[in-house]
Design a protein around this ligand. Structure first.
Ligand code: NDP
Length: 305
């Protein structure tokens, strides 16, 4: 069997184009949705994430502001900055880039973001709304996965769905959204006994573990829809060969950068066993940013119009 590739990049572009159209309509009412991205520290990966998020906002006609604070920012200063953004009328969504430096507790500051500006939907109020299926923002990555399934016309209702991972950011909200879409959901984690036996039963399998290519052939039921949320690095020649076979482009990228991106699902095995799967990169990643834009727009509409 050769799996269908679920093109997250294309679907993400569709969503971004739609956000742009809706933003243009709001602009006629004098409303420009605004996102503030707060970064504490100088981690290069976080800087890159923040830059790509603000660039995406610009392209969609949204206002964006990146606020970069030094690594030794105090609790008081970060709190004050978030309060200030909470009060600003031109800011509809506030994103706190994680991880924070060790002396700052992410829960404390995620809780400080006003729920009506909680663009990542990590605040307990947003979590409650998700669980109770009330209107409100949904965490971007799982919301992106649901959009992908919907737009690729993959029927979720009544299906056996297995989510591997139970984090607050991906696994738990993913399970909740699938439940709301009438799937029968099993959540697995590091203590699950005989993981392959459970995942093999999945008609829809979502892997969100952060373990490179751990989901092998024996984990995947023939024809299953496999969504790979994982973003890991393959760091040896042996890994690159094992994961991607004779893919010359990947090997060239590896030789240039010393590592290549790989998901939680073994790409060659998924290709041979699944019915459909999301590639890494180009699958779930682009959807996360697209849903961030969509959430910013929705929060602006809810709060301002
Ligand atoms: P966390 O580390 O917070 O959670 C990982 C989860 O996977 C935990 O619930 C853990 O179980 C479970 N797990 C780890 N190892 C195993 C194992 N061997 N067998 C079964 N379960 C296991 O990660 P996140 O949820 O934040 O992220 C998961 C992955 O998704 C990462 O690679 C991350 O980079 C990626 N990601 C990608 C995004 C995108 O836009 N594409 C966005 C967000 C995340 P336990 O609870 O028992 O410890």
């Amino acid at each position: 069997m050769t799996a269908k590739v679920l093109d997250g990049k294309r679907v993400a572009q569709e969503i971004r184009d739609e956000v742009k159209e809706k933003a243009a309509v709001l602009a006629k009412e004098g409303i420009v949705p605004g996102l503030a991205a707060v970064l504490v520290g100088d981690d290069p990966a976080s800087q890159l994430y923040v830059r790509s998020k603000t660039k995406a906002c610009d392209e969609a006609g949204l206002f964006s502001e990146a606020i970069v604070m030094p690594p030794d920012t105090s609790r008081e200063d970060l709190g004050k900055k978030l309060d200030e953004l909470n009060e600003r009328d031109d800011i509809d969504g506030i994103l706190l880039q994680l991880p924070l430096p060790g002396h700052l507790d992410s829960v404390e500051f995620l809780d400080r973001i006003r729920p009506d500006k909680d663009v990542d939907a990590f605040h307990p109020v947003s979590v409650g709304k998700l669980v109770q299926k009330r209107p409100g923002p949904r965490p971007c990555t799982p919301a992106g996965v649901m959009e992908l399934l919907r737009r690729e016309k993959i029927d979720v209702s009544g299906k056996n769905a297995v989510v591997v991972g139970r984090s607050d950011i991906v696994g738990k909200p993913m399970a909740m959204l699938l439940t709301h879409a009438n799937a029968t959901v099993t959540v697995c984690h590091s203590r699950t006994k005989d993981l392959p036996a459970v995942t093999r039963e999945a008609e829809i399998l979502v892997a969100a573990m952060g373990r490179p290519a751990i989901i092998r052939k024996e984990f995947i039921g023939p024809g299953a829809v496999v969504v790979d949320v994982g973003m890991n690095r393959a760091e040896t020649v042996e890994q690159v060969k094992d994961f991607f076979g004779d893919d010359a482009k990947r090997m060239a990228a590896f030789e240039k950068r010393g590592s290549v991106l790989v998901g939680d699902v073994h790409p060659k095995d998924a290709w041979e066993t699944a019915g459909a799967f999301t590639p890494v990169p180009g699958g779930v990643g682009p959807l996360t940013i697209a849903m961030l834009l969509s959430n910013t727009l929705d929060l602006a509409k809810m709060r301002r119009s």
